[in-house]
Design a binder for this molecule. Structure first.
Ligand code: ADP
Ligand code: ADP
Length: 224
């Protein structure tokens, strides 16, 4: 990202949410972006994910500036290159676990095998249940499945453990680490929870729409 700026509102209600973000993520890294609530993390994630636009600046993904893309190309980018995991899971309530994950497979030209993934996610025995019959951890596993079945190059995670207890969170984070290792998926996870920094190859701290610190650990350079 080069000098990415974003404001909301007008005149006296104008809020500068992102004040010129410069950031470089390496292919295959697991980046954790930390910052207090309201500092602009979700906005940044949504801009990288092509579901929100910036006012100024450029976002190059694999050399292509997505801030200049037409809606049709943005749709392709979202569909074939990205997986998105939300804090509140966003599952379709009247589809089973299996069907919710299957939805992701239709949005990919290169999907992972559904039965294989259900096993990896520990959801095989639960595949015919509806979301309301699942624990929070199982719901989040399902939403991870829906994103990961696309075998995306980039996985964007917005507080993926925000609604889960400590043990279940650890389990979900372990799963994201496995996905990063196994498939070489570039992961960007935003959270207000400092305790998640330890798992990162790359730690970015944000405050009031600006980068406070940007630290790449050695592990990434070995991977490259
Ligand atoms: P975080 O994810 O770090 O909690 P957000 O990116 O969600 O922060 O929000 C950053 C700031 O932008 C907040 O002050 C929020 O109120 C404001 N904001 C976010 N989205 C909108 C919007 N659609 N309209 C107006 N203000 C917004
Ligand atoms: P390893 O990490 O030891 O190379 P994996 O965990 O990737 O092994 O694979 C375990 C088993 O699952 C292997 O038999 C492999 O062929 C199978 N497998 C891996 N990925 C897929 C996939 N996308 N679809 C179907 N089977 C798969």
């Amino acid at each position: 990202m080069k000098n990415v700026k974003k404001s909301y509102g007008q005149d006296e209600n104008l809020v500068h949410v992102l004040k010129g973000i410069d950031l470089c993520l390496n292919k295959g890294e697991l980046c954790v972006m930390l910052g207090p609530s309201g500092c602009g993390k979700s906005t940044l994630l949504n801009i990288i994910g092509g579901i929100d636009s910036c006012d100024e600046g450029q976002i190059f993904v694999d050399g292509k500036d997505i801030s200049q893309m037409k809606e049709k190309d943005l749709t392709k980018y979202r569909r074939f290159h990205l997986g998105y995991i939300f804090q509140m899971y966003n599952l379709i309530p009247n589809l089973t676990v299996r069907e919710n994950i299957e939805v992701g497979a239709y949005l990919s030209d290169n999907p992972l095998d559904l039965d294989y993934l259900l096993r990896v996610l520990g959801l095989y025995e639960h595949q015919n249940k509806l979301p309301h019959e699942l624990s929070g951890g199982q719901q989040q596993r399902t939403s991870i499945g829906r994103a990961v079945i696309k075998n995306p190059e980039i996985l964007l995670c917005d507080e993926p453990t925000g609604a889960l207890d400590y043990r279940t969170s650890k389990d979900i984070l372990g799963l994201l680490e496995d996905i990063n290792e196994k498939y070489g998926t570039t992961i960007l996870m935003v959270t207000h929870n400092d305790a998640l920094a330890h798992m990162a190859d790359h730690i970015v701290r944000i405050k009031d729409g600006e980068i406070l610190s940007d630290q790449v650990n050695k592990k990434v350079s070995i991977k490259q």
